[in-house]
Design a protein around this ligand. Structure first.
Ligand SMILES: Cc1cc2nc3c(=O)[nH]c(=O)nc-3n(C[C@H](O)[C@H](O)[C@H](O)COP(=O)(O)OP(=O)(O)OC[C@H]3O[C@@H](n4cnc5c(N)ncnc54)[C@H](O)[C@@H]3O)c2cc1C
Length: 464
């Protein structure tokens, strides 16, 4: 079969591209998807006991009106539940509200002073100049104390790489920076300073988890336009032919790949060896999801919480989501059950023993007081994805600058969370829009915003 447009991958990027092509009146396209389902990392699973799990707690942070409109079209106005974004840090045997730096009054005195002293030193001797890496950015922004107590250990747990191996370009809006006056005032006047409130809400699908959104978008695209179980193995840019693992072939005029860029370059015939080699330098971490289905009710402290961060080394996980709080339909019967979902990162710099991970997670849940007894557990779910987070490493931007444009003269484009490897624009909304903007570019000649100007795309928050 020959197609004008071929899209590899049916995650939010591939579905966004296909949806937009259809909207522009183009029907001569196909999505090739390796799995037997659409949605990519934004998929949900139901385990044997009837508990529903996402691949990590997916929260929508939309920056785009187009995305918002599509979400309504996908699930309807009634298909969503709205929640306050209530997030906490668990450390020193207590919960500290997020943003951590504004609530250090919750810490033991020695830690509180360490954080404050670091900030005061920074005010006396500011560190100027462009930070060469994420560690330098943390030191210059938060000071030594907050770095030691929270920022460095927590970020290692999330990213699975030391902060000095990461760049500081991605930070933008994602990390709330610090105001010494406000921090001091909060301590002296015993003020809480939470990031949540009436305007700080997020939406979650009432039924079917995050995966329901992308199944519905798949239906809008039309499943006749998706080839499932189509594992792309080989692309010949001269004959413009794609070969799949089972020997099937399709022809294309324009190709969009959303598979990881380091894998894609190896599949393209004749792609320059030095660029294939360069793309292997992109770093990523793996993510292990452990879902724990529980009988009874969460303890009153957990009952209103959405998610919690864990910087300490007793637990394998960096984040736990009280997933039954996102929708009562995430568990078989909300009157009898509730659920916790943990995320543990992994990389060559931070190996994880997957054999013992479930047991290690349960031990830490007990230790951290999130569950009272193993007898509460009625279900355990483990899902590991090798490509979880595209690491914004110090060498990333040089690699991308060399590799991405080299594909375009061959009518090939690589976009999306691992297609473009830009963590700062790799959430569901960004990914969908990378696909939409790609379609606008190849069909209408409109330049892409999200890929090329991530800061501008993220600045659209609240200005929709
Ligand atoms: C732990 C975790 C937590 C997250 N939390 C949030 C959140 O809170 N909010 C948010 O908005 N986003 C979140 N995300 C990000 C969200 O999942 C991504 O934005 C989105 O899935 C990226 O879409 P994509 O289409 O670019 O890539 P993917 O979803 O990775 O899709 C790529 C697709 O390509 C297919 N593919 C790969 N290789 C081949 C091949 N050889 N042949 C054919 N098909 C192939 C894959 O099977 C997959 O379906 C989270 C992600 C993770 C991992």
């Amino acid at each position: 079969m020959e197609y004008q447009y071929v899209i590899i991958g049916s995650g939010p990027t591939g579905l966004g591209a296909a949806y937009r092509l259809k909207e522009l009146g183009i029907t001569n396209f196909i999505i090739l998807e390796r799995e037997a389902y659409v949605g990519g990392l934004a998929t949900s699973f139901v385990d044997e006991q009837g508990f529903l799990w996402d691949i990590g707690g997916h929260v929508q942070f939309s920056h785009y009106t187009y995305f918002d409109n599509l979400m309504i079209k996908a699930l309807g106005n009634e298909g969503w539940l709205s929640h306050q974004r209530e997030s906490w840090v668990w450390m020193r045997n207590r919960f500290v509200p997020y943003p951590f730096q504004n609530n250090i009054k919750y810490l033991p005195k020695e830690d509180m002073w360490k954080c404050l002293e670091g900030l005061i030193k920074l005010y006396k001797n500011p560190i100027n100049g462009k930070p060469k890496n994420f560690r330098e950015w943390i030191m210059a922004t938060f000071g030594e104390g907050l770095a030691d107590v929270f920022m460095i250990p927590y970020n290692f747990k999330v990213w699975a790489y030391p902060a000095e191996q990461m760049n500081a370009v991605w930070v933008g809006e994602r990390v709330a920076v610090i105001d010494l006056q406000r921090v001091t005032e909060n301590i002296l006047f015993d003020k809480d300073d939470f990031s949540w409130g009436p305007n700080n809400t997020f939406q979650f699908p009432k039924h079917g988890g995050t995966g329901a959104i992308w199944k519905a978008v798949g239906d809008l695209v039309g499943l006749e336009n998706v080839m499932l179980n189509a594992d792309v193995q080989h692309v010949d840019p001269t004959t413009k032919k794609i070969t799949m693992a089972d020997g099937r072939t399709v022809g294309y005029q324009h190709l969009l790949s959303t598979m990881p860029l380091d894998q894609f370059t190896k599949k393209v015939d004749g792609f320059p060896a030095e660029l294939i080699q360069k793309s292997q330098g992109l770093k990523h971490s793996s993510t292990n999801i452990i879902g724990v289905g529980l009988k009874g009710k969460p303890n009153p402290e957990l009952a209103p919480k959405c998610w919690m961060y864990f910087p300490e080394s007793n637990s394998p996980y960096y984040r736990i989501t009280v997933f039954s709080n996102y929708s009562p339909y995430n568990v078989p019967d909300i009157n009898q059950y509730w659920s916790l979902m943990s995320e543990t990162s992994e990389s060559s710099a931070k190996p994880v023993n997957r054999e013992t991970l479930v047991a290690d997670t349960v031990r830490a849940l007990l230790e951290d007081g999130l569950i009272e007894s193993e007898d509460q557990i009625v279900s355990k779910f483990l899902y590991s994805t090798d490509y979880g987070y595209p690491t914004p490493s110090v060498e990333r931007d040089d690699i991308l600058k060399a590799v991405l444009p080299a594909l375009e003269p061959m009518d090939m484009y690589s976009r999306g969370r691992f297609g473009a490897w830009k963590y700062e624009v790799s959430n569901q909304d960004h990914s969908l829009m990378q696909g939409v903007e790609w379609a606008n570019r190849v069909v209408l000649g409109v330049p892409e915003l999200t890929l090329n100007f991530p800061d501008a795309a993220n600045a659209m928050w609240g200005k929709k």
